[in-house]
Design a protein around this ligand. Structure first.
Ligand code: RAT
Ligand code: ZN
Length: 411
């Protein structure tokens, strides 16, 4: 093969990816789905950057309307400064993808463009620009804005897979058990065997309703397993048995330190290095469960690769949140290929606003092309051979096949 980089780039471009973790919503879930320029600009990654480059205080910012907030972020991060950070550059890429001005003083044209779009056709266009065919949502049955929409039906959508997200139940049982009780499940704060059966019934009911491709929880850096805690009990006696019965994985995203600065709300979460022995114990003690795992601290990445070599019921995925920068993505992905071949899921978008998938997947393709080409180049240098067909199969496996197979869905 003459030019590996060219071939890999073309194949990455041609492939339709499955985005296995986002915060997007199918149109049937109505206004939960965020899109358009004002949402793009008030993304919490950008809010965090605003407070570093402007005099606006969080209190002032939260008292503004969404439009005013977006204007302030545009002025500060795009007009007064060059948008060179990963999150700001993303907005520029989205504007460019729609042929909108990237350097104007205000947001008039962009607002006009987005307000004239119809959501269904817009989603199709966005997916096409992003090179994705399906996304996986994050669905919280305890969210008072979301639950009633599912209870009404929330029509199935082949482009949007559901995920049963369990953070409130697993991480804050004391604050949330009453919500289950009010919904007719006979639980108490202290979980008796009967209470556990009722949590199982809750999980079964919501699984029937949502048809999730996996269950999910984000966990703090202090996460331990086993331990004397409601979370450990719920995992062992309710969540993991339910996943086994349904034949779906549990996704654990480990290492978040919630609200180290509550004044900046969603932007106020941070990262901590976790003790991955907890993950080791889960993978070993529950061989009939499968675990999709992303860890937030850079320091945990090497251990995650090592554990994936020990446990085939562990699937590392994505370069999550603060790791989703080309320099770190490159380091992590190279190591994963070196240690695991193609048996991992390189990336998810974590998009919260629809159009973000355009820049996030463009970045992934751009960063991954030379990494993959380099791996193939080394193989050729060492006497192996690589064909376009094999490269295509690898890309298919990385961005679709590994996930589909691990979740037991076709695709
Ligand atoms: O990346 C993010 O947007 C975070 O705020 C979280 O949503 C994280 O991805 C999560 O799913 O908990
Ligand atoms: Zn997320």
């Amino acid at each position: 093969m003459t030019n590996l980089l060219e071939t890999v780039t073309e194949e990455l471009q041609a492939a339709q990816f499955l985005d296995m973790h986002t915060h997007l919503f199918k149109p049937a879930l109505g206004t939960l789905g965020l899109w358009g320029i004002d949402e793009l600009l008030t993304y919490h990654y950008l809010e965090a950057e605003l407070f570093r480059s402007s005099e606006i205080t969080p209190e002032q910012y939260w008292s503004m309307s969404k439009k005013e907030q977006a204007d302030a972020i545009w002025r500060t991060l795009f007009v007064d400064n060059l948008p060179v950070s990963e999150a700001t550059r993303g907005v520029v890429a989205v504007l460019q993808a729609f042929g909108l001005p990237t350097e104007s003083k205000d947001l008039k044209d962009a607002r006009q463009y987005f307000s004239s779009q119809k959501i269904e056709a817009h989603i199709e266009k966005v997916f096409q620009l992003a090179g994705i065919s399906e996304v996986v949502m994050t669905n919280d049955p305890l969210d008072p804005a979301e639950a009633p929409l599912w209870e009404k039906g929330g029509a199935a959508d082949k482009s949007f897979h559901a995920v049963l997200r369990l953070d409130p139940i697993l991480n804050k049982w004391t604050e949330h058990w009453k919500v289950l009780e009010q919904a007719g499940y006979k639980v108490e704060q202290h979980l008796s065997p009967k209470g556990i059966r009722e949590v199982r019934r809750f999980l079964d009911d919501w699984s029937k309703r949502m048809q999730p491709v996996y269950m999910a929880v984000s966990l703090p850096d202090t996460f331990q397993y086993p331990e004397e805690s409601t979370r450990a009990q719920l995992l062992r006696e309710a969540v993991l048995p339910a996943c086994r019965e349904l034949g779906i994985p549990l996704s654990t995203m480990i290492g978040v330190r919630l609200q180290v600065n509550p004044a900046i709300k969603l932007a106020g979460d941070a990262v901590g290095k976790a003790d991955l022995r907890a993950l080791e114990n889960l993978c070993r003690n529950f061989p009939d469960n499968r675990f999709l795992v992303s860890v937030l601290s850079r320091e945990n990445q090497h251990e995650l690769c090592v554990y994936a070599r020990k446990f085939s019921n562990l699937m590392p995925f994505g370069c999550w949140w603060f790791l989703n920068n080309p320099s770190v993505v490159e380091e992590m992905t190279r190591e994963r290929i070196e240690m695991l071949g193609m048996s991992f899921i390189p990336q998810h978008s974590d998009a919260r606003i629809l159009e973000q998938v355009i820049y996030k997947w463009r970045n992934t393709r751009r960063t991954l092309a030379p990494i993959l080409a380099n791996s193939y180049g080394l193989l050729v240098e060492d006497g192996g051979s690589v064909s376009r067909e094999r490269i295509r199969q690898d890309i298919q496996r990385l961005f679709r096949g590994n996930f589909s197979q691990f979740c037991g869905i076709s695709g």
